[in-house]
Write a protein that binds this ligand. Structure first.
Ligand code: BES
Ligand code: ZN
Ligand code: ZN
Length: 508
């Protein structure tokens, strides 16, 4: 994709689609007025006041993501104008621009456009211009994402048909600042789309070995250190959780380590990002029911999120060290599979009594968290499609956030707000510990049906030592079951941008 900043009179802009963002403002209790910033004013003038007329007529209310298209019939060089709402100015956030940009770009692509020019930012609004431009680029690239590699080409231009995105800058713009905002937005969106690809790949293609290969290839391309541990090394380290979950599968488990050293003077200290990498979760001996089992190819979305975040971090180069740890395996039933009743020893020495082999995520994470602690890393943030319970609690709107450190939790929520991703604080009260007490081991693997996302987090807590730690349960937010105007069916790439934003803010 070619992304450029262009400075041109709006009349002369040559493209298949020109997207103009327009907010409105409330005046008093009842009345509202459309706000046409510089570029929108020009377009409205060239179109003899059509945009204003559509608003006055009630056809277009300028709410976030609301869209009308106009064919300028030669009054402008652009083939088509997409007028896209940005909502009330008082509530305008980067997310309004990100969303609307995604909708406009996606619509343009689906209707055959090959290049688009965006004008969804203005220095006439209260929102920071760089944030607007970043969100505009980010939104467009996120909205254009498709996963069609296993479908025969379709004739309607739907697919990766867009080859160029231009941003229409104001005449007096500070170009180097805007260039930076463009690069920032592009890096975050490309990293998110990379994570989406990993999740969308079918489980026969994206095995643990393939996940390790793709992570290594990314690390090589972006110049960060990588290492992949195999079974003998896992045995040496005592990774009893990862080894047990993988023993039923013919695919070898991998433990992926990526290291970004942005602050070498901090030695080995730094942030750890840990991702659950179950490339397919059948439930194992405690087999899942068939409905929806195919979606368990997405049980490595936590891994995808941290690998994607590492790509963004490597591209944006913050002054801080970050290590990503990904335990990855399938969870399969077979004659060699681990069973309910087994007792496992995790890397930090604690034992777990298995009661349900479908609760495999906490076992592989227990080893990875122990590894992070042994490595002296803090804070540790893990990301996992961990429980059905979080889907019941929060649905597909918000991810669950558990943390042993209030400030860390608040920082992640704030980073999420900037990134346009929502996290909701969940409890880690010690009374929940009762449910995971075992008669035969240090911990029981599951705490039953009630508050299952909380008891799962309480298990993880046993493996974080004294580190500052947060756990993000993304089981409800990693996958889109319904097509949306800003995003197609499939992986969302959730948490990539929040993690990257968190790391960037830590580095400041
Ligand atoms: N991968 C699942 C959690 C999940 C559920 C992800 C729905 C995405 C959508 C996890 O491994 C699992 O099976 N968890 C069980 C644990 C239970 C057996 C204690 C759950 O939450 O139902
Ligand atoms: Zn499971
Ligand atoms: Zn799982």
């Amino acid at each position: 994709m070619d992304i450029r900043l262009v400075e041109q009179p709006v009349k002369d802009v040559q493209c298949d689609a020109l997207a103009i963002g327009v907010p409105y403002r409330k005046i008093g209790q009842q009345k509202k007025e459309l706000l046409l910033a510089e570029k929108a004013r020009d377009v409205n003038g060239l179109l003899d006041g059509q945009i204003q007329a559509m608003y006055d007529d009630g056809e277009f209310k300028a709410e976030v993501g609301e869209m009308v298209t106009v064919h300028p019939m030669g009054k402008l060089v652009a083939k088509r104008i997409i007028v896209i709402g940005l909502g009330p100015l008082e509530k305008m956030k980067a997310q309004s621009i990100r969303r609307s940009s995604a909708i406009a770009a996606r619509h343009a692509q689906q209707t055959g456009a090959h290049d688009i020019t965006l004008a969804l930012h203005s220095d006439e609004w209260s929102i920071d211009l760089n944030d607007s431009v970043q969100a505009e680029v980010e939104g467009a690239l996120l909205g254009l994402y498709t996963f069609r590699k296993y479908k025969q080409a379709q004739a309607n231009g739907y697919g990766r048909g867009m080859t160029r995105i231009d941003l229409l800058a104001a005449d007096h713009a500070n170009e180097s600042m805007l260039d930076q905002a463009v690069d920032h937005g592009a890096a975050l969106a490309q990293a998110t789309n990379f994570a989406r690809d990993l999740v969308n790949e079918p489980p026969n293609v994206l095995t643990p070995t393939e996940l390790a290969n793709r992570a290594s290839a990314m690390a090589k391309q972006f110049g960060i250190e990588y290492q992949v541990l195999d079974r003998p090394e896992m045995q040496e380290l005592g990774m009893g959780g990862l080894l047990a979950v993988s023993q039923g599968s013919n695919e070898p488990a991998k433990f992926i380590i990526l290291r970004y050293r942005g602050a070498p003077e901090h030695g080995n200290h730094g942030i750890a990002l840990v991702g659950k990498g179950i490339t397919f979760d059948t439930g194992g001996i405690s087999l899942k029911s068939p409905e929806g089992m195919h979606q368990m190819k997405g049980d490595m979305a936590g891994a995808a999120a941290v690998i994607g975040a590492m790509q963004a971090i490597a591209a944006l180069k913050p002054h801080v060290n970050v290590t990503a740890l990904v335990p990855t395996t399938e969870n399969m039933p077979s004659g060699t599979a681990y069973r309910p009743g087994d007792i496992l020893r995790i890397m930090n020495g604690k034992t777990i009594e298995i009661v349900n082999t479908d609760a495999e995520g906490r076992l592989v994470l227990a080893d990875a968290l122990s590894f992070a602690v042994k490595d002296g890393l803090s804070p540790i943030i893990d990301v996992a499609t961990l429980t059905g319970g979080i889907v019941v609690a929060l649905g597909s709107v918000m991810s669950g956030l558990f943390s042993n450190d209030q400030e860390l939790g608040d920082e992640i929520i704030a980073a999420g707000q900037i990134a346009g991703e929502k996290f909701w604080p969940m409890p880690l009260d010690d009374e929940y510990k009762e449910a995971i007490q075992s008669d035969v081991a240090d911990i029981k693997q599951t705490g039953g049906r009630y508050a299952s996302s909380v008891t799962a987090a309480k298990i993880l807590e046993h493996f974080v030592g004294d580190a500052q730690w947060a756990h993000l349960d993304i089981a409800g937010t990693d996958f889109n079951d319904a097509k949306k105007p800003y995003q197609e069916y499939g992986a969302t790439g959730v948490a990539v941008r929040t993690l990257a934003e968190f790391v960037l803010r830590r580095a400041e």
